[in-house]
Design a protein around this ligand. Sequence first.
Ligand SMILES: [Zn+2]
Length: 251
Amino acid sequence: MTPPQELREAPAVRGEFRCHELAAWAADLGVVAGITSRGADFGLSSTEPTNAVLDRWRRFRMAMRPGFGTAIVGHQCHGTTLATHQTPGSGWRVEDDIDGHLTSQPGLLLGVTVADCVPVYLAQETGPWIGLLHAGWRGIAAGIVERGISRLCELGACVPSDVVIHCGVSICGSCYEVGSEVYEAVNGESALGQRQLDLRALVAGRARQSGVRRATVTTWCTAHDHGTFYSHRRSGGTDGRMVAYLGRPSP
Ligand SMILES: [Zn+2]
């Protein structure tokens, strides 16, 4: 299988927050697809005082207005449960045990928090449905990618070849060494000792096996580009979390 096409997020500014966004997705699909940077921790389980985290989220939501009245995020559990959000409104919605979000409504900003795991952006090529998944090795092994694609197709009444996917800022294959049990869990083949695991190539490969024709991967690596992004692995577990976001702004 030929390697997936690369697509790099470009620097962008949202209020006080340094971000990186996909210019091609804005131009071709009319959506905002991006991720925040090191320096602003959006983790919901951090040891920071709650008011500091809540205030940062509030400032981020304000920075995304007026296009987005509502931001949605989940307490993620490396599972495959997806939520569909269609109710407009304003504010911040946090759902329990959700690793993927879908909507067809403008004005709703979907979010997943990451620091090495892959934020997987999905969109109908011609249609209103979009989705955003949090995909680490557990979620990938459990089938979150396939599940996200089939749910999007069901909701959007389309086929996988009408879906575009991007594997966003995450850890690259050469920076992510895993034990044989993890390698086996995601690849379904036995391995000995430590192995390198390329999560985004895995996501793109699974997407293409599901029938997706346009799957791209970022060239950023959270560990290589540690000055710009948070990396759980590179920091030995002490880093914060970025928020990856996807939404179609309200007119
Ligand atoms: Zn790397």
